[in-house]
Design a protein around this ligand. Structure first.
Ligand SMILES: NC(=O)c1ccc[n+]([C@@H]2O[C@H](COP(=O)([O-])OP(=O)(O)OC[C@H]3O[C@@H](n4cnc5c(N)ncnc54)[C@H](OP(=O)(O)O)[C@@H]3O)[C@@H](O)[C@H]2O)c1
Length: 220
């Protein structure tokens, strides 16, 4: 792997991925809202993404949020508001979709490459036994569908690429700070190492699928 692009490189997992890749000698292009003004929900997001020079052997979409505009994840359906749900979709589903819209340029047409979108196990419909967190779950379920759809299309023009959704595990970042409680969580550096171990062995035959940090497939 020579060149990697991390979208959301300022985040806990995104920055740990950039550090780990840099330590391997990979040339990392890291982009973020806070450092580069790349707001995936802004009207100019698609144009900004269209201006990124590729190709990259690895593209990771590490952006996302659980709480947007002060709206905490819903404990019950009665707490759903249109704005909170739209905000979740804008960042966690539409944002990655805009990146995937550039995948044909960002990935090489030949030679192994990986585009990984950080999804979340709670976006799995088959794995949902607890309910709650309606907007975040639904936005992650939507991004899973978008990843799967993109993989089908890209397989035609980029046969050596693997386009996947990845669940990073429960990770100690700003994202989880308010919600962890006693739930076990790994440091971001460990999550990055886990994710790279999965990415390292992905093959084009695995494109369009959803894996966790250990490389185990997650049900849709
Ligand atoms: N942490 C976990 O336990 C966990 C579990 C499952 C899934 N995930 C997923 O993993 C991904 C990364 O999570 P994390 O824990 O690393 O979160 P984090 O530390 O809070 O980082 C979030 C990243 O998303 C970026 N971001 C937020 N709003 C944005 C916007 N409007 N436009 C562009 N970028 C935006 C942030 O950019 P700025 O800081 O520059 O604004 C930051 O780079 C998310 O998709 C999350 O759903 C995390």
């Amino acid at each position: 792997m020579d060149r990697a692009l991390i979208i959301g490189a300022s985040g806990g997992i995104g920055s740990a991925l950039a550090t780990a890749l840099g330590a391997r000698g990979v040339a990392v292009t890291g982009l973020s809202r806070s450092a580069d003004g790349l707001d995936l929900t802004a009207p100019d997001a698609a144009d900004r993404l269209a201006g990124i020079d590729g190709p990259f052997d690895l593209v990771v979409v590490a952006s996302g949020a659980l709480e947007i505009g002060g709206a905490a994840p819903e404990k019950t359906l009665r707490a759903v508001t249109a704005q909170a749900m739209l905000d979740q979709f804008a960042l966690n589903a539409v944002g990655p979709a805009l990146v995937l819209g550039q995948a044909h340029r960002l990935l090489p047409r030949r030679g192994r490459s990986v585009l990984a979108v950080l999804s979340a196990r709670v976006g799995s419909i088959g794995d949902n036994r607890l309910g709650g967190w309606v907007s975040y779950r639904a936005a992650k379920a939507a991004v899973n569908q978008i990843v799967h759809t993109a993989a089908i299309e890209l397989a035609r023009s980029h046969p050596d690429a693997a386009v996947v959704a990845l669940h990073p595990g429960t990770v100690q970042t700003a994202f989880t700070a308010k919600y962890l409680g006693r739930h076990p969580a790994v440091p971001a550096a460990e999550a990055a190492a886990n994710l790279l171990a999965v990415i390292d062995v992905l093959t084009p035959e695995q494109t369009g699928r959803f894996y966790d940090w250990a490389g185990k497939e997650v049900p849709w």
